[in-house]
Design a binder for this molecule. Structure first.
Ligand code: ADP
Length: 376
């Protein structure tokens, strides 16, 4: 039976979302709903729109755009509060909802303490939610067997050294999950699988009997990745996996994660406190502030068109390689004064672009936006 694929218009006009566009015939087999094809749209507008919606050369992603079809994870009104002393509690996650699609990398960014790690850990069922739900392949994770779930969901941590048992050989570290799930039939097969995994992550298979301290930082992170891969998961939470590494090594680890994603169809939640590296790996990302999500969109869209003041301040805080320019920019690490009400819920203001806007913010956005569109 034939399958129908719903594809999203990759270069929609903003007006397409404000006023339902009619369908235009592009060819015998292709129809498109966009005001851009309307006869009254002048060629000048078309040119402007082209500049507005098409990426610059330098921004073009190395990989083709992903099509978001199958939800792997659905997070629904998730809350996680921790007790702090006798009476107080910390709202580490305060009602967040978002989806992660199969095969994508969803970045989660925000300053330290905003709730990113707690989100990652709650998604893989290391923490029980205070309220709300996480669905994995359509099933509520609280109804699933924890051991079975952890075969399908793995984590990679920031500090590979403290997450690897120093008294175990690399072989035993990598094979731990395989041991738990009985993924081999004899010792030889176990050894071979570990060697294969070491090769996959770019390490020398003959080093399987060494200990973690015999490796440098980037290599240890590769061991952490091999350990996660050993159980052939579908989903990996990478919690600041490159933050502790030298800048020169960071790109290597990012490239390795990308390569593995392509080869194995993996889905990642990639957690980071700054945006510079997230840009290179994420298909979409969410910005967290004080336990809430304030903006979610495709990476390219968020970089070009950030709407929430906090996202703008995060983007402004990406370091510029020229120290002189950097000095003149001043301190961008503080949140801006004119933050919208962070208790506002996310609303979709553009296909796939969600922002925590109050009704007033949204009204102002629409007004500003209509001014910018001239269909003569
Ligand atoms: P991030 O990963 O963005 O740095 P975290 O998720 O680690 O943020 O922390 C969010 C908030 O929850 C912080 O205020 C942190 O102190 C608190 N927190 C995190 N884990 C625990 C815990 N196990 N017990 C108590 N408080 C915690």
């Amino acid at each position: 039976m034939g399958q129908t694929h719903k594809r999203r218009n990759s270069a929609p006009l903003k007006i397409d979302f404000l006023y339902q566009p009619p369908m235009f015939k592009v060819s015998e087999t292709h129809q498109a709903a966009t005001w851009l094809l309307h006869e009254k749209v002048s060629s000048n507008v078309k040119k402007d729109v082209d500049e507005m919606t098409r990426p610059d050369d330098k921004d073009i992603l190395e990989e083709p755009k992903k099509i978001y079809e199958e939800k792997l994870i659905k997070v629904d009104n998730l809350k996680k509060y921790f007790k702090a002393g006798q009476k107080n509690e910390v709202k580490a996650i305060d009602s967040i909802s978002f989806d992660i699609f199969k095969g994508e990398t969803f970045g989660l960014v925000g300053e330290s303490g905003c709730g990113k790690s707690t989100t990652g850990r709650t998604l893989v069922n290391l923490y029980n939610p205070t309220e709300g739900e996480v669905f994995f392949k359509g099933e509520n994770i609280k109804d699933k067997n924890k051991i079975e779930l952890h075969k399908q969901m793995q984590m990679i941590f920031q500090d590979p050294y403290s997450s690897l048992n120093p008294r175990w050989t690399v072989q035993d570290i990598i094979a731990e999950g395989m041991d738990i799930h009985g993924l081999y039939s004899n010792k030889k097969e176990r050894q071979n699988q570990v060697k294969e995994l070491l090769e996959t992550v770019g390490l020398n298979p003959s080093h399987a009997t060494r200990y973690p301290h015999e490796f440098c930082g980037g290599q240890r992170q590769r061991i952490g990745i091999a350990r996660a891969l050993a159980v052939e998961p579908d989903f990996i939470v990478a919690d600041e996996p490159i933050s502790a590494l030298d800048v020169s090594i960071q790109a290597q680890i990012i490239n390795l994660l990308k390569k593995l994603q392509k080869e194995k169809g993996l889905t990642y939640l990639f957690i980071a406190h700054d945006l510079s590296m997230v840009k290179h790996i994420s298909d979409r990302f969410g910005v967290m502030y004080q336990g809430r999500l304030v903006e979610v969109a495709e990476s390219e869209e968020l970089y070009k068109n950030p709407l929430h003041p906090y996202t703008k301040s995060l983007l402004d805080s990406i370091p510029i390689p020229d120290p002189k320019v950097e000095k003149e920019r001043g301190d961008f690490t503080k949140p801006p004064e004119n933050l919208s009400d962070i208790n506002a819920s996310l609303r979709e203001v553009w296909p796939g672009h969600y922002v925590a806007y109050t009704d007033e913010d949204y009204k102002a956005y629409k007004e500003k936006f209509q001014e910018g569109i001239s269909i003569s």
